[in-house]
Design a protein around this ligand. Structure first.
Ligand code: FE2
Ligand code: FE2
Length: 197
């Protein structure tokens, strides 16, 4: 049984995912989740049993098996949860992974604040990268919330991104889209080196 720390989580990710851009997506979600942890604490909301580091670990690992399961999407998260049996993974964390990819696995509907936050910010981090990449500077630094919102409303831009999934932040975690973008964008900008943008 191994300890599940940020360090061992990154190792597990890197062993199983070779594509640097896919890894960066995982890091971005990790940074976003740790920013949400702080935000919820500042609002005196119940963040549950897991620590801020564990929220970040969830982001780092949520797609760790995605490269390997590309051709078997029904295995996405199941494989990850198999690996995590060798680690001291808390049940609350396993539940988050059960709720991810649940449209296919049907393991668990997102329920907690953490589970819904992952559901909503997962697509948004990718969308923000897409917005940065169409700007001349190709840097997160020059992206603004207004810019992301404008692109968000343009249906033809990055049309594969499910706007509704992101928009659920309003009803499921009680944050308006504007603020939700702001928090995610800031978390990504503060880690632009890690994200290579
Ligand atoms: Fe995923
Ligand atoms: Fe993801």
């Amino acid at each position: 049984m191994q300890n599940l720390t940020k360090e061992t989580a990154i190792k597990l990710l890197e062993v199983n995912m070779k594509n640097q851009n896919l890894r960066r997506h995982c890091y971005a979600v990790g940074k976003a989740l740790s920013a949400y942890f702080d935000y919820y604490k500042s609002q005196n909301l119940d963040t549950g049993k897991l620590s801020k580091e564990q929220w970040e670990i969830i982001g780092i690992l949520h797609d760790a098996d995605w490269e390997i399961t590309t051709n078997n999407p029904e295995q996405h998260t199941l494989m990850l949860m198999g690996w995590l049996k060798d680690y001291d993974t808390p049940e609350e964390m396993m539940n988050v992974f059960r709720s991810h990819n649940t449209k296919i696995t049907e393991l668990r509907e997102p329920e907690t604040l953490l589970e819904w936050t992952l559901e909503c910010c997962d697509e948004l981090t990718g969308f923000i990268v897409a917005v940065a990449l169409v700007m001349p500077e190709r840097k997160l630094d020059v992206v603004t919330t207004e810019r992301v919102l404008k692109k968000f409303r343009q249906k033809e831009f990055a049309r594969q991104v499910d706007r509704e999934q992101i928009q659920q932040c309003e009803s499921k975690v009680g944050i308006d889209v504007n603020t939700f973008i702001e928090i995610t964008l800031k978390a990504m900008q503060e880690n632009s080196e890690l994200l290579g943008l």
